[in-house]
Design a protein around this ligand. Sequence first.
Ligand code: ATP
Ligand code: MG
Length: 394
Amino acid sequence: MSKLIMIKYGELSTKKGNRGFFINTLYKNIKNKLDGLDVNISKDRARMYIEFKDKDLDEIKSRIDKIFGIHEYDIVYSCDSNVESIKDEVLKLVKKKDFNTFKVSVKRSDKSFELNSQEMNRVIATHIFKNMEDIKVDVHNPDLMINVEIREKQSFIFFNKYPGLGGYPVGVQSKALLMLSGGIDSPVAGYLAMKRGIAVDCVYFEAIPHTSLNARNKVIELGKKLLNYTDKINIHIVNFTEIQESIYKNCKDEYVITIMRRMMYRIMERLCLKYKSLAIINGESIGQVASQTLESMNTINSVTNIPVIRPVACMDKLEIIDIARKIDTYEISILPYEDCCTVFVPKHPVIKPSIETCIEEENKFDYEKLIDKCIEDLNTIKLEKEEEKFDDLL
Ligand code: ATP
Ligand code: MG
């Protein structure tokens, strides 16, 4: 009898044609995440199995808890798929447990197995009763849940089920670019996009000297938190200073934020083409600020045809914060360093900006040239596992 971690794929098993690709991607992601640990990973169409050393179990669990595409995982004991060995192994394991009530739950995925699930439930329970005293069955609230999964090659016995992170394995979708600011919303948006299997790289707009290196480092720290859920993230840093200064010099005060965001979207579109990314992802949330009314979104969005995905668009701030805490970005996000959006905030930003006015205002300076320059001067930071620490810069 050996002890294994058994991984259940969940949602991806509904993707018939793509199943092999999904499983292979998940396999690769798990392999990457468990790199450096003494494990052996195998897979079939329904399950993945990880052989491991007991001393690594906590570490493995904490890494598996951050892999998308896993619906559930169990720590299982394997045995031969026949009635005698299953009931003997169950008894052996159960004898080591301290309990008064129990329930047996057999799942038979090998339909050629000699007994059906109900019959097998009874066989196991009877065997336990015969060999142990002072215990009874409680189907509603048992002290000990005995799960048995009968598969063709071998069967598995386990007691606890661990929920996985769900979603799809990162990499089953094409790439997209996340607008990562230092705020609370955009890292959460990135996390949720990755949950759908999207591999994200990040884009950060900075306006040095109006924004500080601390602000940049904060974004890098946030990127590293997102890196927990994937194996590689590039952060493209756009030097936005000249565009931002030109906007403030030339355009109507109440329109500066709208125009700044249109410029960001234009640059995002260029970067999507450059990096073969199929969507822009950001942390806009409807109604949160003046630039996130539906009117503003229309006017801002009209500069690009690339899909803009806003995973937190319909969430309340508190719901977003809950996720930010879960993914450990909240404490970083609330550090006070100024972002280029907060540096120059007009007193009365327009909440129903018109496209015509934007175009009029934008024609007051040669933004195309400045955008070209942003793309040329792009600075990319690669985040990978074991990245050097930036903590001391914060
Ligand atoms: P966040 O909390 O993520 O900063 P926010 O509520 O402050 O969001 P805005 O500042 O209006 O909202 O920005 C909306 C979205 O635009 C952000 O979530 C982010 O995706 C993107 N964004 C804003 N500023 C930047 C920036 N400097 N660099 C990259 N993306 C940005
Ligand atoms: Mg912000």
